[in-house]
Structures are given as structure tokens and as C-alpha cells.
Design a protein around this ligand. Structure first.
Ligand code: AMP
Length: 216
């Protein structure tokens, strides 16, 4: 099963991707995570991407298409993958069509998480992750059971993304509406799109996604 999670920053793509990953044993491919790793490692790609990401703008299509194309060839993707944060432009979607067909793979479904912009700012500015295992939390919606201790690994250090501040979030939303939302029409026209209510509780959204996947 190969699928895309589509939606603005903060819609819950990463959270839902991790849940699908756990349930179906297929791998989450987040271009944002890959780019952040490249920035942290100081690679050539990371050096090119850093300032663009800090402004909340999109990294060039060539860079992300190259990263995804290589990643899909890794053995752990053979059983299926969840694209989280890719594609983000029509150019990337067209390139994905070509590269999947070249690799003899196909897309099963595109799931859109529908959310309301103003709530996204609250969602994004309140989120943080465990520095050790990457588990995601939120000040209001998903606190660790014990304050300052990760539920998953017991880690006690947490980090926030540099681009999760209000000003950058607004630029990221502008980029989404201008460059990424046309993908709703692109995949809708191809009969690939299913939409779920991303404003519901995490578990409820997960249930809606499971239903979409069961009905394929
Ligand atoms: P994310 O973790 O998906 O919110 O991505 C964080 C940042 O990485 C974005 O604001 C972009 O600057 C960059 N990025 C991630 N995925 C893509 C993509 N598919 N195309 C262009 N830029 C991307």
C-alpha cells in the first residue's frame, strides 16, 4: 500500500502517518524530517535548504524529488510507504507519477486532512517532540502522562522545531494555499482523493483513515 497524506502544516499528517506505520507496518517518508536531518548533518542539501525552511518557504522541487526518489529505492519501502509532506507542488506530483511508474509502483490513495487555518497556528505553536525518540506531543492536546517524561521512551529532553513560531507558520500556510492546495484538484480529478475531518480528536481521525483504507 502506497499512500499520500495531504494537508497544511499542523493538520496532523505526521501523527497519523506514525499511527498508520504502527498499524500496517509500512514506512513513513517525511521530506520535512529528511530535510531537517540534512540541515543537522550539514550536507550540501542541508546547506541549500536551511534558510528557505527557516523562512517557511518551499525548498526547490529538484531537491525533494531527488531525496524521495532515492528513499523509495531503499528495501524498507518495498512493502509500502506513506508520503508525509510530499508532494507539495503540482511539479512534484507530476514527477512522482513518473518516478513511480519507472519503478513499477503505484499510488493507492491520497488522503486529505481537512482543517481550519486559525486552529493550525495554535496546534503548531504548541507542539514539541522527545529529543531521544521523536515522539510528538502538544501543550494542550497531547501532554505526556507524567510532566517532562516521554511516554514512549522515558526521555526527559524535549525539542521544538525552529520553524514552529507564529510568523513562520503563517508563511508556511501561505505556501500551502498557493502551491500545495492545487493538488486537491490534481488528485481529485484522477479519482485518487479521499477527505477526512482533520479537526477531530487524534483517535477519531485515525478511525476515519482506517475506514478509508479498509474500503479501498
Ligand atoms: P514539514 O516538516 O513537512 O512541515 O516541512 C518543513 C519544511 O521543509 C517546509 O516548510 C519546507 O521548507 C520544507 N519541505 C518539506 N517537504 C517539502 C517539499 N515536499 N517540497 C518543498 N519543501 C519541503
Amino acid at each position: 500500500m502506497n499512500l499520500i497524506l495531504l494537508g497544511p502544516p499542523g493538520a496532523g499528517k505526521g501523527t497519523q502517518a506514525k499511527m498508520i506505520e504502527d498499524a500496517l507496518g509500512i514506512v513513513q517518508l517525511s521530506t520535512g524530517d529528511m530535510l531537517r536531518a540534512a540541515v543537522a548533518a550539514g550536507t550540501e542539501v542541508g546547506l541549500k535548504a536551511k534558510a528557505v525552511m527557516e523562512r517557511g518557504e518551499l525548498v526547490s522541487d529538484d531537491i525533494v524529488i531527488g531525496i524521495i526518489s532515492e528513499r523509495i529505492d531503499e528495501p524498507d519501502c518495498a512493502g509500502g510507504f506513506i508520503l508525509d509532506g510530499f508532494p507539495r507542488t503540482v511539479g512534484q506530483a507530476e514527477a512522482l507519477d513518473v518516478l513511480l511508474s519507472d519503478k513499477d509502483k503505484k499510488l493507492n490513495v491520497v488522503i486529505e486532512l481537512k482543517v481550519d487555518d486559525e486552529k493550525l497556528v495554535e496546534r503548531i505553536t504548541g507542539r514539541f517532540t522527545c529529543a531521544k525518540c521523536g515522539e510528538g506531543y502538544h501543550e494542550t492536546f497531547k501532554r505526556p502522562a507524567e510532566d517532562d517524561v516521554c511516554d514512549k521512551c522515558g526521555g526527559t529532553e524535549f525539542v521544538r522545531r525552529k520553524d514552529d513560531n507564529e510568523e513562520t507558520v503563517r508563511s508556511r500556510l501561505t505556501a500551502y494555499h498557493a502551491q500545495t492546495s492545487p493538488l486537491i484538484g490534481y488528485y481529485g480529478g484522477a479519482g485518487m482523493l479521499r477527505s477526512v475531518d482533520g479537526m477531530a480528536d487524534i483517535g477519531v481521525v485515525g478511525g476515519q483513515i482506517t475506514e478509508v483504507l479498509n474500503n479501498l
